[in-house]
Design a protein around this ligand. Structure first.
Ligand code: PMP
Length: 377
């Protein structure tokens, strides 16, 4: 993935590869004003000092209030501020996994989560899913057979598939994991980016999931990923171990970035900002979905995501998307082959397209190039 990102750095490449938010939609003025405020006033010296490991109290209170409004009742004490939700994954893995631990994941899933678990010596077992997300019957089988201690899920607008775990399945997954005493990581960086339909309550809000679900959130997709700010909502019994892991990792997340984010949250209409992001991304998703039939070989299938950043494509039998990538790069267009997202046997016909980074005219131009690379011209 890193090699690919280096290759696509050329400005002439239209990239559907990285899961990058649209930079032109960052609230540069609002964030600049927040940083200015923090550095101009009496708060400046505190913002430049070491700070508590758990995170800025104002930021934790603001995030807790937002989660509560979104249907996940949360107190500031339940939150640990992290340096991006990627760090949240690493902290949970450090706190919960011994070498040889078994982690169940939906297949395919977020590559860097697999890396975080594998780094701790965990063994990954894959659970299949479909358009409604992880298959609870398959999960039950995997639990019986493999005895995992942890289930990792991106239940809403998953990376890489864009799929969402349906409400009835959330209840089933919560009951199953509770009955077998599994910890659950609900990784939710995309949940607020919904372009149609009604919000589905977080898995952590399921009564059976209370006390065993670690819910990860992030400013990366609704604010800016360069802030490297996220949060971890954890059961009280795990908090001490997570705080120790956080201390060992980096003492605390940047004081000044947290103070600026708290100021930004307190002074910005974040709902309106997210609304504007959703309006722009909805058009980009629709542009991509409209152009795909002409760009992809006959017999291809693809997801129709209600939100998030990704369309997941499956080409007809005989195609191998890793082999197609050089042809795409030669035409200055990029995608991510699907194979690395599979912890076990990869489906080599799959690929991931991100629709958020490019404006609609570039999406059309890029998919025309992709069509040419796939022999559709
Ligand atoms: N989880 C998932 C599912 C992601 O897709 C990403 C980033 N693309 C992350 C976690 C990490 O996000 P961040 O560290 O920027 O919050």
């Amino acid at each position: 993935m890193r090699d690919l990102l280096a290759l696509i750095a050329r400005p002439e490449v239209i990239s559907f590869a990285g899961g990058l938010p649209a930079p032109e939609l960052f609230d540069v003025a609002g964030l600049r004003a927040a940083f200015d405020h923090v550095l101009a006033g009496p708060s400046a010296r505190r913002a430049l000092q070491y700070a508590p490991t758990e995170g800025d109290p104002d930021l934790r209170a603001l995030v807790a209030a937002r989660l509560t409004r979104r249907g996940l009742p949360t107190t500031a004490a339940e939150l640990l501020v992290t340096t991006g939700s990627q760090q949240g994954l690493a902290l949970v893995a450090t706190a919960l996994l011994d070498p040889g631990a078994v982690v169940a994941v939906e297949e395919p899933t977020y590559l860097a989560a697999l890396q975080a678990f594998q780094l701790l010596g965990a063994r990954i077992v894959a659970v299949p899913g479909d358009d409604d997300g992880l298959d609870p019957a398959a999960l039950a089988e995997v639990i019986e057979r493999e005895r995992p201690s942890l289930l990792y899920l991106v239940p809403t607008f998953a990376n890489p598939t864009g799929r969402t775990l349906s409400a009835p399945r959330r209840a089933l997954v919560a009951e199953l994991t509770a009955a077998h005493d599994l910890w659950v990581i609900e990784d939710d960086p995309y949940g607020e980016l919904r372009y149609r339909g009604d919000a589905i309550a977080a898995l952590a809000a399921e009564p059976a999931a209370a006390g065993r679900t670690l819910h990860l959130g992030s400013f990366s997709k609704i604010g800016a990923p360069g802030l490297r700010l996220g949060w971890l909502r954890a059961p009280a019994e795990l908090m001490p171990a997570l705080v120790v892991a956080k201390q060992a990792a980096d003492l605390h997340t940047s004081t000044i970035d947290q103070a600026a984010a708290a100021r930004w949250l307190a002074t910005t209409d974040l709902d309106a900002h997210v609304h504007a992001l959703c309006d722009a991304y909805r058009v980009r998703r629709d542009t991509m979905l409209a152009a795909l039939p002409a760009a992809l070989p006959a017999g291809s299938t693809w997801s129709d995501p209600d939100g998030g950043m990704f369309v997941w494509v499956r080409l007809p039998a005989g195609f191998d998307t890793e082999r197609l990538l050089p042809q795409a790069l030669a035409r200055d267009v990029a995608f991510v082959p699907g194979a690395p997202f599979f912890p076990a046997e990869p489906d080599r016909r799959t690929l991931r397209l991100s629709f958020t980074t490019q404006p609609p005219d570039r999406i059309d131009a890029g998919l025309a190039r992709l069509g040419a690379a796939f022999g559709q011209a």
